[in-house]
Design a protein around this ligand. Sequence first.
Ligand code: NDP
Length: 270
Amino acid sequence: MSIIGLNMQHFIVIGNPIHHSKSPEIHAAFARDLDLCIRYQKQLCPINQEGFYAVVSAFFAGGGTGANVTLPFKEMAYEICRQEGNLSQDAFVAKAVNTLAIKNGKLYGDNTDGRGLVADLLAHGICLQNKSVAILGAGGAARGAILPLIQAGAKISLFNRTLTKAQTLADDFHQFSSIQSHTLDALSHSHFDLVINATSATTTGQNLDLRNCQSAAAYDMMYGKPSAFLAHFAQQDSITLDGYGMLVRQAALSFHLWTNKMPSVDCLLA
Ligand code: NDP
């Protein structure tokens, strides 16, 4: 093996499906920025716990440095770290892991999604301190965003199609902040500083009922597709942002965890 080969660090992103993932390109750009030699590959995994466990074990036993975890494995990654390793506070409260590493000889799980979101909002000049923030959706992405938003000073209200899921989510965060939960109908005639779409409605091409919902800023976690959600707020001259910046910034935080070096995101977000 060449000297370059010996110094190379290996990374994967585990998901199913995985062909659409932009993570290899993003991490390759970070490595170029920092002059590091890495290999970052997509890893398709069967959708069951045994398959996921086998992929993670084989990767780290083979000397892998770090793995990203995407749909539908974030909760499985959380369970493995809870039972056999350690979790960051963000991963612990989110009950989901998007970044795996080995720390002190043990598997370590973090969740960088919410910190990536907050970093992207702040980078666009969207202040969160004491601001009213509506989160639409109560799935994994909403769960991962809540603690970093609270820590940035946001006052959160949750809106979800299935009210019981929003209530459960609000209860899980009660020690950090009091969060009101509502059905999506309650959105009409409401006004916020920021509305975050953490539903998968845009992904599946469905429209949310946003009649008379007003906000100074709107963020759709989805990216790469036209968003009726963002179009609604653009008509009000609100600031509108899609989730590509969140994707890049959560990746940068993973890269930092693995290499102790913070890459610049400028080349990807310019
Ligand atoms: P989940 O499947 O965990 O949750 C989906 C949520 O969307 C649920 O709250 C569900 O409501 C709601 N929902 C689905 N369809 C509709 C609809 N037609 N109308 C209203 N609500 C609906 O998905 P995730 O939380 O993992 O992902 C959500 C979005 O965030 C996706 O678009 C994903 O691509 C994006 N994302 C972006 C990231 C980034 O880096 N930019 C990172 C992670 C996610 P109910 O509870 O009633 O079923």
